[in-house]
Design a protein around this ligand. Sequence first.
Ligand code: GDP
Ligand code: GDP
Length: 444
Amino acid sequence: MAPTVVILGRPNVGKSTLFNRLAQRRIAIVDDRPGVTRDRKEAPAVIGGRDVVLVDTAGLEEAPPDTVAGRMRASSEAALRAADLVLFVVDARAGLTPADRAFAAWLRRADVPVLVVANKAEGRGGAAAAMEAFELGLGEPIAVSAEHNEGLGALHEAVAEALGEAPPAEEEPEDTDDPERPLRLAIVGRPNAGKSTLLNALLGEKRMITGPEPGLTRDAVAVQWRDSTGGRVRLVDTAGMRKKARIEDRLEQMSVAATLGALKEAEVVVLVVDALLGMDEQDLRIARLAEREGRAVVIAFNKWDAVEDRAAARRRLDDVLASSLAQLKGIAVVPLAALTGRGVDKLMPAVRAAHALWNRRIGTGELNRWFEGVIARHPPPLVDGRRIKLRYATMPKARPPTIAVFGTRAEDLPEDYRRYLVNAFREAFDMPGVPIRLQCRGTR
Ligand code: GDP
Ligand code: GDP
């Protein structure tokens, strides 16, 4: 479950503005009908690299001023119960009011982490004005201007720190550090590429994957085994692996829905490509889907036994990969013959290697030593005549490796510069074949 971040504060301090800023979209206030209380607004957001549910307690605005503290409390209690973190917003311009202090006293007793956000602290003097909020006894205030988009980088970081390390993704409740946790593998590819044959070869026995009768259900059959490296593997999708009874099925195009389902569940995707036919548009589409889903990909270049001119086949494949799949630069290719078993022993080590890269975390120190060099070598370009000043980078998550770069107008970094950063990162930290995510966060 994504943590819940609740924005609290008295009316008019800028909660809604901050909410919209963090949710990075305008949420129209649609319900102006009398009698419709919009107690809360909720939106998914990414703050400090973490997926969160952001909640704005906007209904408080309707509370009459004389009963503000009391009303806030009643109306916010429910929101607070669900909160993993509270952003307590005060107005740095107006200074602290009795309502702020009452609220703070209440928050200090509540058993939830609180960050004080001193809003409207734009421009000169803003940070100094924000310091008054120290008096609330809830830690160092973070000076921001929600309206002018200032100080948000520091807020992102403080939130990331307050929420701590991200738990493993939702679809994966297992303990990632458990060596016995099976690697989740999908074997995908066009019909007839040799997926079933390859699975049988991997299982080391001529065991037919006899799923449910075709046409009855596409439910997957759980297949788990210990591979040649000694680790556990679980095949996440067998729907596409059923032995197809009818000829028409063989001619059927791969089902995008089924493939996508498998990709979403997998950690590593083995894309089986028929080396006799070469990598075609359909194969590329699957690889791009896997990349889009953030999965590591290994290509099983199958039917190698039947290929006559191997050098030419390999060259054609490399050309296609270089020209059409740059997002997965350096992707591992394992030529093999599922039918005879040759080369099959090379597959799982390649899968494990891709998995390790996909899981890899790089410390902030090491990352920033690299980052400084890379922006010094090739500084960000001017955008609209204005300089983008990059300050530092963090790696908020792995699986897939994700870098967040912070700096003035970092969100305006042009596409080719983002590509430069990703490629430089891939090269410096030797991460071929895994998708790399880049998040750009503006600070001032
Ligand atoms: P809420 O009642 O706490 O949700 O506050 P709103 O988000 O509706 O903002 C109240 C008023 O403060 C609006 O007029 C905003 O335009 C203004 N405001 C919000 N953020 C800032 C800011 O960072 N600086 C300044 N100067 N005004 C702001
Ligand atoms: P799927 O539809 O992707 O599951 O493909 P299958 O595993 O059913 O294989 C399709 C056809 O390709 C079958 O006739 C296999 O015997 C053949 N095939 C699979 N692997 C190889 C291989 O390594 N070499 C050769 N020559 N044929 C293979």
